[in-house]
Design a protein around this ligand. Structure first.
Ligand code: F6P
Length: 741
């Protein structure tokens, strides 16, 4: 109604404006015509005005009549008296005389448009002769009543057309808005409702292509994933009445895997590495998430762990087939070492895995390097690991858990030889978005290798979403969004999130009670820690861990809050890692120089703000520091999960403590009671450290209890149980005939 009123007013104004312009043109025409007529008669009138009235009237008589719209002429003397007038003009004498009086007074022509006796008149009163003493006034009068009728007709005509064109335009705009905007939105709303209440989840076919379409496809995918995760979680909840233990996992594995209960784990990194030091051979537990997480699972379930024998005493401590039982002195499972040549290790591990895939998957602004020779070695090494798996399985049955990005081709290689084996692949690092992954020159081959697995696990749903989108973009396969699965070359791969976790410290052989207290006071003395407030960090020295950001935040804290000088120390337990790669060596050098620079600036009386302890730290030392530090700092720039965060929480069970945790570590999704920071934002980082130090004990305790309940409930045994349950429920070798993404 309002729009109609506006439309009416606008149309009226436009039509009126047009009619007025045309009326002005018509009046200009009449005025020109009157001038021409006056011009033609003026010679004769000048002559006549020389004569007395009677004769003058007689001489003009035949020229004063008008025709049609021209009413006629009238002639006046300079004193305003009428000499002669046409018969039609006489009727309007009053208005004409008024114009004559005005012309005589102004000595200029006067044009009047006026209404008299029911008619519209146009009057020209022109003094004559032009340019000399005035001898009279000649009047030309027109009846222009027709102009009013014409204006009315024109107004109606214009109003009609303007209205018609406007209505057409409005119809077009409204129609196209409905088509392009309202209809898709209402379809979207309808579809979202169905997505919520029914199982109908295909995005509506009528949606326009482009972002709306692709975003709704993603939304649908996430929704399906959430739903299937929800189903999986509710299944898992059946097992959650009690905390998961090694015994419970063992029993569960036997039940879930049935006769295929030979468990084979394959990873690049071995859980126990033998090294020669000072003429003696010692077994080290390498730093890193895979070992921390998988060793307790193998200790609980038994089985075989196949890994690269990278220690310089590994061959001497294995049998002819590369086998030995571990843990040393407490045989729980078999470690089968795979031997790689120097060239293979260089290309496969240092090159393609850690200079290519590692920076590709972590958003830490490090450029990936892809060399064709590295890729060749990656394929060769993956074949070696796959062959070792097949050798261990023999003709028997088993379940194979392949670990991480170093072994992406292994699942397909195993399946090609043994389609009946159940194969899971767990990806311990983030999966980037499809656009980022595309730069890998052998991305399609990697995806194909991974999609040999029956189950593909990531820490977060987000990484699974990224993976499916990558598959969608890069290879011809059939995506089953409802089940979050991919069918490729006869194999179906389920993609699921399994947030990895840690083993309770109570199960590890670490000092407790007095022994722990003694160890801690020895460490305080060794590193001159006195009774300062300790923030601890435990990391492999890797550019993804945000160590420069952490060091700089400590320096800024002391600059901004001088009261903490002498009272706060960051103890960073840094394990050198991948030091054969120049970038890692440079990073270590940079960190040592940075710590030195900060210490030099602030250190006093034996106190240092940063104790950067570079070396291999065993579980006992790590535990002692986690136990005595009221704060732990994890500042990864990007991290699949980060188990140090969970290790700290597990070490603080029953106590208080503050965890500063990067929002870019997967663990941040599960540990909201940490102080979550953006490590790139130094001011926020500093405030979090200050807030943690100043936090009252009630809050510290409450937060840490919620965190440790979360980690205790979702420990590594539950992770393994969920993974094995999901893998046991897969159906290996399902042949799919349709292809096309
Ligand atoms: O967490 C990712 C990861 O590559 C794991 O596979 C491994 O446990 C850890 O980092 C350590 O890396 P690396 O085995 O190269 O020393």
């Amino acid at each position: 109604m309002f729009i109609a009123a506006i439309l009416g007013v606008v149309t009226g104004l436009l039509a009126w404006h047009q009619v007025q312009s045309e009326r002005r043109i018509d009046l200009d025409d009449i005025a020109s015509r009157s001038h021409v007529l006056a011009q033609q008669l003026s010679g004769r009138v000048v002559g006549s005005l020389q004569l007395p009235d009677e004769e003058a009237r007689a001489s003009l008589e035949d020229r004063l009549d008008g025709y049609r719209r021209l009413l006629g002429y009238a002639v006046f003397r300079p004193d305003g008296s009428l000499v002669a007038a046409g018969p039609a003009v006489v009727e309007f004498a009053e208005v004409i005389e008024a114009a004559v009086v005005e012309a005589l007074a102004s000595k200029h022509e006067v044009i009047r448009l006026t209404r008299a006796a029911g008619a519209r008149l146009h009057i020209l009163a022109e003094p004559i002769p032009e340019g000399g003493p005035i001898t009279g006034v000649l009047v030309v009068a027109h009846d222009v009543s027709y102009l009013d009728d014409r204006a009315t007709a024109r107004f109606a005509n214009y109003a009609f057309w303007i209205l018609l064109v406007t209505l057409l335009a409005v119809t077009l705009v409204v129609g196209s808005t409905w088509l392009a905007y309202e209809r898709p939105l209402s379809m979207l709303a309808d579809w979202m409702r169905r997505l919520r209440v029914d199982d109908a989840v295909e995005a509506p076919p009528g949606l326009p292509t482009g972002r709306l379409r692709s975003e709704s496809d993603r939304l649908a995918a996430s929704f399906r994933a959430a739903r299937s995760t929800g189903r999986a979680l509710s299944e898992a909840a059946m097992y959650s009445e009690q905390v998961w233990t090694p015994d419970r996992l063992r029993a569960h594995a036997v039940a879930a895997l049935g006769d295929a209960n030979q468990l084979i784990v394959v990873s690049n990194r071995e859980p126990y590495m033998h090294q020669r030091r000072d003429g003696k051979t010692e077994a080290l537990v390498p730093a890193g998430g895979v070992v921390t997480a998988l060793d307790p699972v193998l200790q609980a379930c038994g089985g075989v762990w196949i890994a690269h024998g990278a220690g310089d005493a590994d061959r001497a401590t294995s049998d002819a087939n590369g086998r030995l039982t571990v843990p040393p002195g407490d045989a729980r499972y078999t470690l089968r070492r795979v031997w790689l040549t120097r060239e293979e290790e260089q290309g496969y591990y240092y090159g393609f895995s850690n200079e290519g895939l590692w920076p590709l998957c972590h958003l830490a602004h490090e450029r990936p390097i892809f060399r064709v020779t590295d890729w060749e070695q990656y394929r060769i090494a993956n074949r070696r690991f796959a062959d070792a798996v097949l050798d261990e399985v023999g003709s028997g049955k088993g379940v194979v858990l392949v670990q991480d990005y170093q072994l992406a081709l292994v699942p397909r290689m195993i399946k090609e030889a043994r389609p009946d084996l159940r194969v899971g692949l767990f990806w311990h690092i983030p999966w980037p978005n499809a656009e980022a992954f595309r730069i890998c020159p052998w991305g399609a081959e990697l995806l194909d290798g991974m999609l040999g697995a029956d189950l593909l696990g990531f820490h977060l749903q987000q990484y699974g979403n990224n993976f499916l989108e990558t598959v969608d973009r890069m290879i011809e396969s059939r995506l089953d969004w409802d089940h979050f699965a991919v069918d490729l070359r006869g194999n179906r791969t389920l993609v699921r999130p399994f947030p990895i976790s840690v083993q309770p410290w109570s199960e590890r052989h670490v000092p407790e009670g007095d022994e722990l207290a003694q160890q801690q006071s020895a460490l305080r003395e060794q590193y001159q820690l006195g009774d300062v407030y300790i923030a601890v960090g435990v990391d492999r020295i890797d550019y993804t861990k945000g160590l420069p950001e952490r060091f700089r935040a400590c320096a800024r804290l002391l600059e901004q809050y001088p009261q903490y000088r002498g009272r706060f120390t960051l103890v960073e337990l840094g394990a050198p890692s991948r030091t054969h790669i120049p970038r890692y060596r440079e990073h270590l050098d940079h960190l040592e120089a940075l710590a030195e620079e900060i210490n030099w600036k602030y250190q006093a009386d034996g106190w240092k703000p940063i104790r950067f302890l570079v070396g291999h730290h065993d579980a006992k030392t790590v535990h002692a520091f986690l136990q005595m530090a009221p704060m732990c700092v994890v500042s990864s720039l990007h991290d699949g999960m980060n188990l140090v965060a969970k290790e700290y929480v597990a070490a603080r069970a029953g106590a208080d403590g503050v965890l500063i945790l990067s929002e870019f570590a997967g663990a941040a999704r599960e540990l909201p009671d940490a102080l979550v920071v953006n490590p790139y934002d130094i001011e926020q980082f500093v405030e979090a450290i200050r807030q943690g130090m100043e936090m009252n004990s009630v809050e510290r305790y409450a937060r840490m209890q919620r965190l440790s309940n979360q980690v205790a409930e979702n420990n590594i045994y539950r992770w393994a149980a969920n993974l094995l349950t999901a893998l046991a429920n897969t159906q290996p070798n399902v042949v799919s005939t349709s292809a096309g993404s």
